[in-house]
Design a protein around this ligand. Sequence first.
Ligand code: GDP
Ligand code: MG
Length: 296
Amino acid sequence: MLSGMKQKCSTICIIGKPNAGKSTLLNYLIGQKIAIVTPKVQTTRSTITGIITDVDTQLIVNDTPGIFSPKKRLEKAMVRCAWSSISGVDQVILLVDSITGFTDDILLIWERLKEKGIKPILVFNKVDKAPIILYGADNPAISDATIIYISAIKGDGVRELKAYLTKHAKEGPWLYAEDDMTNLPMRFLASEITREQLFMNMQEELPYNLTVETESWENKPDGSAKINQVIIVSKQNYKSMILGNKGAMIKKIGMRARAEIEKDLGIKAHLFLFVKVREDWDQNPASYDYLGLTLE
Ligand code: GDP
Ligand code: MG
């Protein structure tokens, strides 16, 4: 930032259905992995904020849980979180998976936004995988929309999207330091990385029935960190599955999570994982607090 330059700042929210690629887009924009990504739905549980500061402009980008019809308590809290994160932001990106296209359920999101007086930027993602004629892009409801086509994985079109966001940022003071990438604490990012490994390595419903919390974080004199995390599950047999035969599974998850923590957070880590059974963790306000959610 050169002296005499006026600062511009914009708060932005990315919403869409589960698996549209919201977290992948946030990571690409930031140029660093701060939001976890898996091929499974409902990986993101709360708002993940990334900060991009470039020349005179600061973009504060919020990744959110996907919008779907929630059934369980935790799911309801996640969807509530997605909707509430749009209030007060300057720009909203509605991210659409081009492979499935602009379907009726996305039209419902579009209309609900309209009722709130919000006109989102419509961003069609995964164009690397989608046919040239994008399903639903010709829907008359969106004939006057700003549409940008991207591949959040490959980066195609992301520069154009960033230019659009920057162009529409208003004059105002930056809210974060120039080199901040996120407002999330390291201990939270570290537990998300372990949760990502559980999503990648455990089958079916298990990843949805657990939560991970960093219990302690101790910085050692040699610059490394000793991190204790607890994986909280709702049933004893989930615990056995996570431990695996002679502890093989938890060992594998611990090794992978540690490697990712070291890579993504740029630290040397000693990671210790514990598994606890707490039948009602998904009814416990403290579990929601940790994730940045509220239990209704
Ligand atoms: P979210 O639920 O909206 O946050 O979606 P994620 O970012 O977790 O991505 C869901 C899945 O879609 C992951 O397997 C990603 O690798 C994949 N994905 C995201 N963006 C793209 C893209 O541009 N192209 C392709 N082919 N896959 C993508
Ligand atoms: Mg996500």
